[in-house]
Write a protein that binds this ligand. Sequence first.
Ligand SMILES: Cc1cc2nc3c(=O)[nH]c(=O)nc-3n(C[C@H](O)[C@H](O)[C@H](O)COP(=O)(O)OP(=O)(O)OC[C@H]3O[C@@H](n4cnc5c(N)ncnc54)[C@H](O)[C@@H]3O)c2cc1C
Length: 384
Amino acid sequence: MLDLMQLEAQFTAEEILIRDSTAQFVRDQVMPIITNAFEQGEFPTQLIGQLAQLGLFGMTLPERYGGSDASAIAYGLVCQELERGDSGLRSFLSVQNSLCIYPIYALGSDAQKQYWLPRLARGEAIGCFGLTEPDAGSDPASMRTSAQQVDDGWALNGTKTWITNAPLADVAIVWAKTSAGIRGFLIELDRPGVSVTSIKHKLSMRASATGELSFDNCIIPADNLLPGSERGLVAALKCLTQARFGIAWGAMGAASACFDIARDYALTRTQFGRPIAATQLIQHDLATMYTELVKAQWLNLQLARLHDQQQLDPTAISLAKRNACEQALMIARRARHILGGNGISLEYHVIRHLANLETVYTYEGTDNIHTLILGKYLTGIAAF
Ligand SMILES: Cc1cc2nc3c(=O)[nH]c(=O)nc-3n(C[C@H](O)[C@H](O)[C@H](O)COP(=O)(O)OP(=O)(O)OC[C@H]3O[C@@H](n4cnc5c(N)ncnc54)[C@H](O)[C@@H]3O)c2cc1C
């Protein structure tokens, strides 16, 4: 492994163990099946039990809820290694951990935590997070989904779209407008009035299950409100901040896979009587790719350290998510170019990563939105 800046020395033995066991899982269990899963447009559900066995669900939770109190660095490394396999796999974990387990842990009642967290941590229940709607994406405050108080609880009406894991999920964290503002609700997806449809025809994140959730007068008990969601969208954004942290690390996993594939290819592909790696233009590409990879990985490390010290400003996550996605796309594009015609073949993996990264660039706040968050930090002016 190339490690010019000696990043490895920054990790504890435990973090390295968690990273390496995740990497081995990806090598042995994910790589043999991922091309087919992507081509078929299906999430490989047979991996769910193995992810649970590795202890990756809820890994940063306290042990009493089924977690292992892992550090943010360990969690970041797991996201990086899973996304070396496929962004869809890391998305599955991000949603389960940051957008279902975390909201219940941070915003839920004791009863909600006792019931759901151990089940989610064991992989016996799968979660999803419904914020985006057909007419409300970057501006979630304009959502139309409503929750009206009724005698026996709440009546939900509306549609959430582009929801990762929805077709596989048992429970959704859904954000809806009430008379007192936006609130988060726990919704079991087998309730009457809920319908789930899969979104087809994606050319990105094909190995991830994405769906639409519709609520037609779906009645849920009063207890299904997340009591900590009283701060409305601020509470929802707190969850997204957790997910964006994993994305910043994950994108560099996809990028490092592309870099490694491109470097190996450049060293073995001969044209004009010498390896293409011996040409100055290819070396320029590799040098640029490696520089951005190393910079982003160090940025991620500092992000995780601040996270572990509970000193992380969400704007720093915007900076890292924006940078990681932009640079990962640049690295994947250059890798695709270095592979020539083979760069567009799924057999070489780079085009799959490149296609996936188009989603990673857009979801959990588009590049524009993170630019505006940084712009607000720098100028004090909200330009959304
Ligand atoms: C595969 C996939 C999985 C997803 N998973 C989930 C999930 O699990 N849960 C969930 O809730 N959502 C999910 N999303 C939705 C995702 O978060 C949204 O697509 C994203 O927030 C952008 O919203 P939008 O698609 O409605 O685009 P829009 O908000 O309509 O934006 C369109 C374009 O306009 C730009 N734009 C918008 N407003 C401004 C502005 N003020 N200034 C400058 N530019 C602006 C955007 O940057 C973008 O380029 C997923 C999306 C995809 C593709």
